[in-house]
Design a protein around this ligand. Sequence first.
Ligand code: TXE
Length: 480
Amino acid sequence: MHIHNYINGHLTPAQSGNYLDNYDPSTGNVYSHIPDSDAADVQAAVEAAEKAFPAWSTCGLQERYRILHRIADLIQEQVEELAQAESRDSGKAISTSRTVDIPRAQANFRFFATAILHFSSESHHIEGQAINFTLRQPIGVVGCISPWNLPLYLFTWKIAPALAAGNCVVAKPSELTPMTAFLLSKICMEAGLPAGVLNIVHGLGPKAGQAIVEHPKIKAISFTGGTATGRILARTAAPMFKKLSLELGGKNPNLIFADCNFEEAVSTTVRSSFANNGQICLCGSRVYIERPLYEKFRNELVRRVRQLKVGDPFNDDTNMGALVSKQHKEKVMGYLSLAKEEGGAILCGGESVELPGGLSGGYYLSPAVVEGLPNTCRTNQEEIFGPVVTLQPFDTEEEAIAMANGVEYGLASTIWTQDISRASRVAERIQAGIVWVNCWLLRDLRTPFGGVKNSGVGREGGTEALRFFTEAKNVCIKYS
Ligand code: TXE
């Protein structure tokens, strides 16, 4: 099966005619091919976007609302096909694709289709002299680059607000998980999205992705991916004075105080540790437990993690499918070896799982819980982005906050306590863009989303996203 680019309203191969292999992580086999696009394809996409911009940016909010809602309707109608494609491409359990990835992709379009109708700006009155009002106008042609962990979810999280705000888009999904972006192309054509408004260029990051970042006509880049890649993009885009939104890596702490609701805390921690095989930037990979509760929590967590079913992503009762690629599985297993070298004890999991028959070539790994490591070791400092968490005890609130903040990342955190004063105190001091108290991944799309330190620059979500994808212009009108 050959995937095509979506440029100027048409599905088309890369101009080079070259393709890249696309693997099915559940079997390790090549199951499709993606265009190996380059700067020539990006140029064609930018020309299409420029041509479409005048009409799209002035067609009116109701028309943009109508078309984006129609796209959401079609995603809803095709949820099963999209979920199957997402699991085939990423290796994730079909239950995750059905309940997380695809419903959220639909929600992204629905949310921004209506958000744009309520997006207002401000005016300032110089009494007796003048009135200022601020216009928030679409930027023009913008670039959206997304990663492999939540493919359609994060791809549409950028595209929906960009389109709603009246921009035209050149977008690139990860070369590891291109399929649902390709299916989205067909949905957009069916929804009547005008040609050139959205252009999807498939291919490698350093080639097709880099061509997007360095194209002089693309005035803003919204990126989600690794911190190292974020650095490369910033180096290219900064001298060109492009607007940049960078949602990067995380190494998120969970603080479990002894007074927590134990059942809630332990059941949610299983999820926050291993959802999507731990391949979510919001996963809590460092679990800090107040010492009086440490043994009880550790034992119960390990007992439940051992019950997680690693298996065929297409079985409804599978909790953990395959990791996204052979290379990524090797990276995660490398960190498990490092954890042992650094003195850690692997309490469960961390083993390569060999499934029978056609799945024997898949990238399966049992979920691992590690204890006995210091906060400063590499295992506790570097983003692993797989089914691996570490446990550490703490004695005081001060110590917990210091350990939580003792990494270069600052994306998300969870705090488990019934003491609302303590929750508020700790939340105020945690270096993160998102703090969940007695919950995890409870999402309201109106809230600012993003991190601090090496977790990125800027915020997505709600009006933050609409402000990112517009330029503010202040108009001052003097009156006599
Ligand atoms: O991200 P990459 P990947 C972290 C996690 C993961 C690591 C790498 O640690 O192991 O990042 O993951 C495109 N110019 N997160 O490989 O490499 C690339 O093609 C322009 C956390 O997914 O950063 C893909 O489309 N584009 C993150 C996208 O960037 C380039 C979620 C992401 O690729 C490029 C995913 C370049 N030079 C990974 N190089 C989160 N915070 O959610 C690559 N790309």
